[in-house]
Design a protein around this ligand. Structure first.
Ligand code: SPV
Ligand code: MN
Length: 658
């Protein structure tokens, strides 16, 4: 269980400012008249004390209050250029930011939840006792902004007024971080007091890169104080470590959903997108995928893009529908392998004038960015995340340095993406979601698409995601369990989170026909694993549209499916038709058989792996094991009858269609 406001609030204790009068006196002393006037608009005590204590602790030379006005937003852009945190590029409104070579992704080894004595956290996470965190903050953050300017921003994680939106403060000495926040989050300065009242909570984020030197990186930390909803980040610049409105506050939102809003809200690592179906109807999807597994690409495949990373979900009481908002309003997307064929909307923003873009950790040659997979003939030299680069350059271990880091990113406002549905994305009512997807990077086991037969099986799909390691976390290797693709951001016990999932998706609040379809997706099956004659992936990026379209039809009960122990599978004829209609592609029966045959031993291996791992965790709801047991028995019966590989025709014979 989690208790809010428990233990010492480190920031207040070190800052030493406890009353509004003290805070105002400090502002009068430390802010110039202009910034004092801007801050005067904010009256919420918690917000003001947080700002005052941050000033008292970090001791910046100047304080800049970012109201979100065009003038302030421009000031932040210019300040970042002046400070050389970003450099201008050839294209207007494009800049490049480099993180230190050793800090190109989330520093999971230096990321900790601050806990009170006796509190348990997820077995997948790291924790630090409150006293030890206090000592660190006192040692490294006192005076960390001397000689620097502190920037203070007021944001909302979600459309202002939406049920699941939460206001958040970003306090940083990095203009790059504030510039990124201005692109990725809605400024809520004008409504900040009212939003804190409405939401009943405020997320607080304090960051300083310090002198930004490689030698400080061992001391870099990302701390999340779950009890006080405050993050601390030091000696780093990569946005996933510093712009803690993103994953830092997502973790707090997961906590709130898990411990305080069970059966009411979820906070997920999901894209949100709409597909246009027959007759022009719009069907919205929310889909989870681990970092670096094509989540942004999938999101942009839809006709109505809403978000590519995070979703706050709730059940609307008045009509029993599932709603989703994107806490963000921009993308911080991986750029590796982004190209005109797979990502035309994004490419337009990146290669044509008219969009504000912050590039990070790509190759720059003559003011133009290039990246791994960008083009057929990238330049053979330039400047990249490791400094001066030339083709064939190797690192200290003799490994070739790629043209761009595999976790190189672009920060782009969502409204620049041509298929962004601004109206729905900005609506406090959220997007009406009918389909939930879960996916991972799975070479050999799960089919490209399948649908859960009931909410419990749907929760089990989310619980069972596995994925090959990607470049988004430093030091991650091998195939790992990735529950709900959200596990890096689940602070508490997985069992608690899972219980909230079961309650939410089984909720009696869903009205007839509005309980979402829950499904799995896997784009990563290989020829080698499925008896194919080719090499590499069985499918192509563009096939994603077909899998989503099939789910779209299924969610409106327009296509039948094969009933199998793991869920419903598409029929060949339906897919063939969709491939032809939607992407004008031939879909051979042989490929279908490779993709949708059940490889029983792999599936059983997967179930056993999960059941075994979950059996070691606390408070796992027994329902999960019941689902696994039933699926396992069904699969064993199939194997008995048909052998280790069961084709779709055999599956129809055994289970029929529905
Ligand atoms: C991810 O890695 O899941 C991201 C980028 O979306 S980060 O901000 O690093 O979390
Ligand atoms: Mn993410």
């Amino acid at each position: 269980m989690l208790e809010l406001r428990k233990g010492v609030d480190i920031l207040t204790d070190i800052g030493g400012i406890h009353t509004l009068d003290e805070a105002q006196a400090l502002f009068a002393q430390r802010l110039d008249a202009k910034n004092q006037a801007k801050l005067a608009r904010i009256t919420n005590e918690e917000a003001l004390l947080t700002i005052a204590n941050s000033i008292a602790m970090c001791n910046p030379d100047n304080v800049f209050i970012n109201t979100g006005s065009p003038e302030d937003v421009e000031w932040v852009r210019q300040f970042s250029l002046e400070r050389k945190e970003e450099e201008p590029l050839k294209m207007p409104d494009h800049t490049i930011h480099f993180d230190l070579p050793e800090e190109q992704a989330r520093i999971i080894d230096r990321t900790f939840y601050i806990v009170n004595p006796g509190e348990d956290i997820s077995v997948l996470a790291k924790k630090i006792e409150r006293d030890a965190a206090y000592d660190y903050v006192q040692k490294y953050m006192v005076g960390i902004m001397e000689g620097m300017t502190m920037l203070v921003g007021f944001y909302s994680r979600g459309p202002i007024g939406a049920k699941a939106a939460v206001p958040a403060l970003e306090i940083t000495s990095s203009a790059y971080v504030m510039h990124s926040a201005n692109i990725l989050y809605r400024n809520a300065y004008d409504q900040f007091d009212a939003e804190i009242e409405r939401a009943g909570v405020l997320f607080k984020n304090l960051h300083s890169q310090g002198p930004n030197r490689p030698e400080d990186l061992p001391n870099a930390r990302v701390f999340m104080d779950r009890s006080w909803l405050t993050t601390y980040s030091t000696f780093c610049t990569y946005a996933g470590n510093t712009l803690l409105l993103k994953k830092g506050n997502h973790r707090f939102a997961v906590d709130l959903a898990t411990y305080f809003k069970v059966g009411e809200e979820l906070s997920e690592h999901m894209f949100i997108t709409g597909m246009t179906g027959p007759g022009g109807r719009k069907t919205f999807f929310a889909g989870a995928a681990p970092s670096g597994c094509g989540k942004t690409t999938t999101a942009m495949v839809g006709s109505d893009f809403i978000g590519d990373d995070l979703a706050q979900l709730w059940i609307e009481e008045s009509n029993g529908t599932l709603r989703a908002i994107n806490p963000e309003k921009g993308i911080f997307g991986i750029i590796k392998d982004v190209n005109w064929e797979g990502d035309p909307y994004l490419m337009k923003c990146l290669r044509e004038e008219g969009t504000e873009v912050i590039w990070s950790n790509v190759l720059i040659k003559d003011g133009v960015p290039y990246w791994d997979g960008c083009c057929d003939d990238p330049p053979e030299e330039g400047v990249n995340f490791q400094g001066k680069w030339w083709k064939g350059k190797t690192d200290a271990h003799g490994n070739p340095i790629p043209i761009s880091h595999p976790n190189a990113r672009v920060t782009v406002p969502a409204e620049a993406i041509a298929n962004y549905n601004r109206e729905i994305a900005e609506s406090p009512a959220g997007a009406p979601v009918r389909v939930i997807t879960y996916s991972g990077r799975d070479a050999d086991t799960m089919p490209p698409v399948w649908v859960a037969k009931n909410p419990d099986e749907g929760v089990a799909i989310g619980a069972s995601i596995v994925s090959a390691a990607t470049a988004t976390e430093i030091g991650a290797k091998g195939v790992r369990r990735q529950p709900w693709a959200n596990s890096p951001f689940i602070p508490g016990a997985l069992g608690d989170y899972m219980k909230a999932q079961f309650e939410f998706f089984n909720s009696p609040k869903f009205s007839e026909g509005n309980r979402p379809l829950m499904s799995g997706l896997n784009y990563f099956l290989t020829h080698e694993a499925r008896g194919g004659s080719g090499k590499g992936l069985l499918g192509e990026k563009r096939d994603v549209r077909v899998w989503l379209s099939w789910l779209e039809r299924r969610s409106h009960e327009e296509v039948d499916a094969i009933v199998t122990p793991i869920g419903y599978l598409p029929l060949y004829e339906d897919l063939k038709q969709l491939f032809a209609d939607i992407i004008d592609k031939e879909y051979p029966r042989e490929l279908y058989d490779m993709q949708f045959s059940l490889y029983i031993d792999n599936l059983i291996g997967r179930i056993d792996l999960q059941a075994e791992a979950y059996s070691k965790e606390i408070r796992i709801p027994p329902r999960l094991f019941e689902v696994y047991k039933k699926q396992r028995e069904g699969l064993m019966a199939l194997k008995e009858k048909y052998g280790a590989i069961v084709t779709p025709d055999q599956l129809i014979e055994a289970g029929g269609i529905n």
